[in-house]
Write a protein that binds this ligand. Structure first.
Ligand SMILES: CC(C)(COP(=O)(O)OP(=O)(O)OC[C@H]1O[C@@H](n2cnc3c(N)ncnc32)[C@H](O)[C@@H]1OP(=O)(O)O)[C@@H](O)C(=O)NCCC(=O)NCCSC(=O)C[C@H](O)C(=O)O
Ligand SMILES: [Mg+2]
Length: 261
């Protein structure tokens, strides 16, 4: 399960000091956009030091800057990293280039350019473990304006889910920039969950709790799942009725998935 994945800017000593204790599903240590050019060496050294410690989060990812991959590999190889996040993936070459330098490392592709969306079919079959939406870069590339309910990038979000699911990959929604806007964030989590995303990338620790609630089954979903399992118990029927609704065996599989989540 990866419901919540928090970006930690490696150039920020206070944020890095908090990383070990943050109770999100995944941490994404960022060496790309959250690090200024003059901060690069210090950020990398701080990350190497931090990765030597333990974390409450189950999964530790590093978002690389492809331009500096050689130095990043040299500084971090042998340290605990569960996967690399590749930003601005336009096509398969962006993935094979990283895999060549860092073989056997699980890779995640950020889909945040027009080319990335257009080439999703090849990116999703290039051996990556997951896809991550990047709404900020995507809007920049598309020259779109942020619209209500993300109407301007909805097609891309749905394509990310579609190609991810078709290839058995994890799919994470993009960040919500207004980190003090709790209601707006909750609504966007709800939308991401409804679109089919497994979880969401975050920029602030205050977003973790609400995100985990949104991407976990609701009480109503658990109630429905239990009722479906009960309805099929000891029954050989292909279809039954639960609370006035048709339920088929495909719903039983869905119910088991909800109860397992
Ligand atoms: C957005 C922020 C710059 C806000 O920071 P700040 O004003 O310092 O917030 P607070 O005062 O509320 O912070 C309270 C304390 O929490 C720590 N903190 C804040 N954010 C994080 C974090 N992400 N991880 C760990 N700790 C964090 C602060 O240091 C404060 O500590 P203390 O003073 O000791 O109490 C900031 O939240 C931030 O930088 N967020 C992450 C930004 C980032 O990583 N950006 C890159 C990834 S997002 C992206 O690239 C999108 C994608 O690619 C796309 O295209 O869409
Ligand atoms: Mg981006």
């Amino acid at each position: 399960m990866m419901r919540s994945a928090l970006f930690i800017p490696c150039a920020n000593p206070k944020a890095m000091a908090k990383a070990a204790t943050l109770a999100c599903d995944a941490l994404i240590f960022d060496l790309e956009d959250a690090v200024g050019d003059s901060e690069r060496d210090g950020a990398l050294a701080r990350l190497a030091e931090t990765l030597a410690g333990d974390f409450v989060a189950r999964t530790v990812l590093v978002r690389i800057h492809p331009q500096y991959l050689g130095g990043i590999h040299k500084a971090l190889s042998g340290l605990r990293i569960d996967g690399l996040v590749i930003p601005k993936v336009n096509g398969v070459a962006d993935i094979t280039g990283v895999a060549h330098v860092w073989p056997d490392m699980p890779l995640w592709a950020m889909i945040e350019t027009a080319q990335g969306v257009a080439n999703l079919a090849e990116i999703a079959t290039a051996g990556v473990k997951g896809l991550i939406a990047g709404p900020n870069d995507l809007r920049k590339d598309l020259r779109s304006r942020s619209m209500k309910d993300r109407a301007d990038i909805l097609f891309a979000l749905s394509q990310i889910v579609l190609y991810g699911r078709a290839n058995g990959l994890s799919v994470l929604d993009g960040v919500y920039n207004a980190f003090r806007d709790e209601a707006g964030f909750a609504a966007e989590c709800e939308q991401g969950r409804s679109l089919g995303f497994d979880g969401k990338t975050l920029i602030h620790p205050a977003q973790i709790a609400a995100c985990e609630v949104a991407f976990s089954p609701s009480e109503a979903e658990v109630g429905w799942a239990k009722a479906v399992v009960a309805a099929f118990e000891g029954s050989a029927a292909g279809v039954v009725s639960v609370n006035g609704e048709m339920v088929e065996r495909l719903h039983l599989a869905q119910a088991h998935w909800i109860l397992k989540s």
